[in-house]
Each structure stands twice: as structure tokens, then as C-alpha cells.
Design a binder for this molecule. Structure first.
Ligand code: PRP
Ligand code: URA
Length: 209
């Protein structure tokens, strides 16, 4: 069963409170999404394996730790996931970035795929899928399935706000994928929006409404 981690760090919670506010401007919203992604990335990578190596400082030899294990890739779900990429790569500059384009059909709420482009060695990388919103879980579940079809073995899912419905869907479809959220909200409304949520993340990041 997937582990669900809710990041209650005060800095993340403070920034999220501003993000939720409907009066927050597009500029500030975009900056906050990136900053929250950076802080969440810091927490979500806590379990990355390290190995000991020797370096020579100007003073003495020292045994120090460096990242070991698989290389990483960040995979945003377009559009809104794009808002989290800068924050992620500021923490992991060597990570490659793959893109999955999906939108939710407003009638059926089913994800529709329109773009898929991954680094050539994606099957050998550990992946963090990013999308600010986990509502029904349909988009994230489909994105994870595409990656698994491409040979990916290790995937984490990082969303800013999750709904119980979305968490349950990922746990059902992908019990091997751990889920990281900054908040676990109450429920979905009749249009599939997270309550209280923050509205339409893509529209608020790109100013399209
Ligand atoms: C939003 C959001 C997720 C999806 C979540 O994208 O960014 O990708 O909905 O909903 P789900 O869990 O019910 O699938 P949207 O379809 O609005 O597209 P956009 O990012 O292009 O605005
Ligand atoms: N997508 C969003 O952008 N917001 C929601 O609340 C649900 C899906």
C-alpha cells in the first residue's frame, strides 16, 4: 500500500495559505507554487540513498556523503505541473525532465492524453511525478501507467493538494507509488474540484481565467 506523507512544515503551510486565497495574483501564485515545490522536494527526497566518498578539503582528508543509486527525473503533468518544475530542479539540478500532457474532459472527468516526451533512459531513472492537484486521481494514475509501460520501476507522486478520492485511486491502481502532499482536503464537489482546494491550478498559474 502506498505511503501518504502530508508535509505540515510551517513554511509550506504558510505559503499554501496564501496560495488558496482567491485574491492572490497570478504572479504571486506562480512564485508560491514553485517555492512550495522546492520545499516539498527537500522533504520528499529525504530517503534518497547516499554513499561515503573521500574528499580532500584544504585542511584534511574527510569522509563525506554523496547521492548514490538511480538518477532522477522530474515528470510534470501539463499544464499545471509545469509550475512545479523550477522549484524541483533548483533542488536537483542534474535531474532530467519528461513531460506528460493530459487534460480532464470536463464532462467525464477522464484524462485525455495529448503529449508524451521522456528522456531516452527513463526506464533507468527514479521518477517524481508532479502536479499541484490530485482530485479524482485519474490524471496522475494515467501518467503513472504510461511511465510503467515505458519501463519505469520507481515512482513517487508529489502534489500540493490531494483529495481523499485521489489518494484512494492511486493506492488502488498503484500501491507501489508513495504520495506526498502539502494538504489533504475534504472532498470533491460536483464538478470534480477539490474542496476547499485553491480552484483551477492551471488557470491560476498561467492567468487563463
Ligand atoms: C488539473 C490538475 C490535474 C488534474 C487533476 O489539470 O492539474 O492534472 O486536473 O484532476 P484529476 O485528479 O481528477 O485527474 P487540468 O485537467 O485542469 O488541466 P490543466 O493543467 O491543463 O489546466
Ligand atoms: N484540477 C484543478 O486544477 N483543481 C481542482 O480542484 C481539481 C482539478
Amino acid at each position: 500500500m502506498s505511503k501518504v506523507c502530508v508535509f505540515d512544515h510551517p513554511l509550506i503551510q504558510h505559503k499554501l495559505s496564501i496560495l488558496r486565497d482567491k485574491r492572490t495574483s497570478v504572479k504571486e501564485f506562480r512564485e508560491l507554487v514553485s517555492e512550495i515545490a522546492m520545499l516539498m522536494c527537500f522533504e520528499a527526497t529525504r530517503d534518497l540513498p547516499v554513499e561515503e566518498v573521500e574528499v580532500e578539503t584544504p585542511v584534511a582528508k574527510a569522509t563525506v556523503k554523496r547521492l548514490a543509486g538511480k538518477k532522477l527525473a522530474i515528470v510534470p503533468i501539463l499544464r499545471a505541473g509545469l509550475g512545479m518544475v523550477d522549484g524541483m530542479v533548483s533542488m536537483i539540478p542534474a535531474a532530467k525532465v519528461g513531460h506528460i500532457g493530459l487534460f480532464r474532459d470536463p464532462e467525464t472527468l477522464e484524462p485525455v492524453k495529448y503529449y508524451y516526451k521522456m528522456p531516452a533512459d527513463i526506464g533507468e531513472r527514479e521518477i517524481i511525478v508532479v502536479d499541484p492537484m490530485l482530485a479524482t486521481g485519474g490524471s496522475a494514475s494515467a501518467a503513472i501507467s504510461f511511465l510503467k509501460e515505458d519501463g519505469v520501476k520507481t515512482i513517487k507522486l508529489m502534489c500540493i493538494i490531494g483529495a481523499p478520492e485521489g489518494i484512494a485511486r492511486i493506492q488502488e491502481d498503484h500501491p507501489d507509488v508513495d504520495i506526498y502532499v502539502a494538504a489533504l482536503d475534504s472532498h470533491l464537489n460536483d464538478h470534480g474540484y477539490i474542496v476547499p482546494g485553491l480552484g483551477d491550478a492551471g488557470d491560476r498559474i498561467f492567468g487563463t481565467k
